[in-house]
Design a protein around this ligand. Structure first.
Ligand code: HEC
Ligand code: HEC
Length: 285
């Protein structure tokens, strides 16, 4: 009992303490990339969602950060997307093939693909994300090595594939295979308090969205910009890296990238952003 009270007050302290009491509404602005591609950064939440509206993390960033994403020449993540394009056309592996050997022009073959991930992978009887699909094609179709987490071409190639869906609404199919079960598991993870600070994802991104943690304006924790360019890291950051960073901030042990726990979280959190535009590469602080 005593322990619980101590934990709860520590959690309250963690948020109130970092945050002071500052709360600020997200901006009410439109994101139009290069003055021509209008993005959905705010939309009605799907049924059963804790919020009425889902909001892109872009609305919580500073004016300068928002401006970087609105201009694809200024968006530093676009350089990494260009690296992804080069990798798309690069022959690798014992089969002597590149991605484009089979998939041709990504602007056509990959359009809309990233918006529908994670997907049910019946070969492996679990959900698959773009990172793992790329590895699947490398190992099964190209005779190339799988990229280790966050290494080699994983981030740029994932960003390149997802970028082909920019502006399209996030819509993962939860009716395929056992996706619903993984959604349930992901929801459980989302609401489970962990770590010395005894915080869940919801403690920050649901109960305290709109408040400040140190200099960070807490958003709903949406995934539609990933891999996203973080100014702090001066690089693209993958989704599972972000998940692990958030879990580490609660002073908990964090699960492996692509573990069942994080894949379930990806299924669930992607659903929480249903209808937002794919922004890859998003720009965040
Ligand atoms: C020898 C042909 C071949 C090569 C080379 C190849 N793929 Fe594939 N790819 C496939 C086939 C077949 C599928 C569908 C079956 C599956 O899921 O593996 C597929 C599926 C995909 C999908 C999922 C499409 C969807 O609609 O869900 C993506 C994304 C993808 N490949 C990306 C890549 C990338 C990136 C590369 C290069 C690293 C690559 N592929 C190389 C044959 C290939
Ligand atoms: C201690 C508070 C805290 C907890 C707990 C926390 N996060 Fe975060 N998270 C942050 C902060 C701060 C940021 C950066 C500002 C923002 O976008 O909210 C962030 C950012 C994110 C982003 C990136 C949003 C974007 O637009 O780029 C995602 C996704 C995310 N969190 C998911 C999660 C998930 C899933 C969990 C639970 C495993 C979690 N977070 C737990 C504080 C937290």
């Amino acid at each position: 009992m005593k322990k619980t009270i101590l934990r709860a007050s520590l959690a309250a302290f963690a948020i109130a303490g970092y945050a002071g009491i500052a709360t600020a509404e997200p901006v009410d602005e439109k994101l139009t990339i290069d003055g021509e591609r209008e993005m959905t950064v705010k939309t009605k939440a799907p049924e059963g969602h804790p919020f009425d509206e889902v909001l892109s993390g872009w609305l919580f960033r500073t004016k300068e950060t928002r401006a970087l994403e609105a201009d694809s020449f200024a968006n530093p993540g676009m350089l990494r997307v260009e690296e992804g394009e080069a990798l798309w056309n690069k022959v690798e592996g014992t089969a002597g093939k590149s991605c484009s050997t089979c998939h041709g022009d990504a602007a056509e073959s990959m359009k809309g693909v990233g918006a529908a991930y994670p997907k049910w992978d019946k070969d492996n009887n679990r959900p698959i994300n773009i990172e793992l699909q790329v590895n699947k094609c490398r190992t099964e179709q190209m005779g190339a090595e799988a990229y280790p987490f966050d290494k080699g071409g994983q981030k740029p190639l994932t960003a390149y594939v997802k970028h082909q869906s920019i502006g399209m609404p996030v819509a993962a199919d939860l009716t395929a295979g056992e996706m619903q079960k993984w959604w349930d598991k992901g929801k459980e993870v989302y609401y489970t308090r962990t770590g010395q600070l005894n915080l869940s994802c919801a403690s920050c991104h649901e109960q305290n969205a709109g408040k400040y943690i140190r200099a960070d304006h807490l958003s709903q924790g949406q995934v539609n910009g990933f891999p996203t360019y973080r100014l702090k890291q001066a690089d693209l950051v993958s989704l599972h890296n972000r998940f692990r960073g958030c879990i580490r901030d609660t002073r908990a042990e964090y699960p492996k990238a692509f573990s069942d726990e994080l894949m379930a979280l990806e299924v669930y959190v992607t659903w929480r952003g249903t209808g937002l535009s794919v922004e890859t590469p998003g720009v965040r602080q």
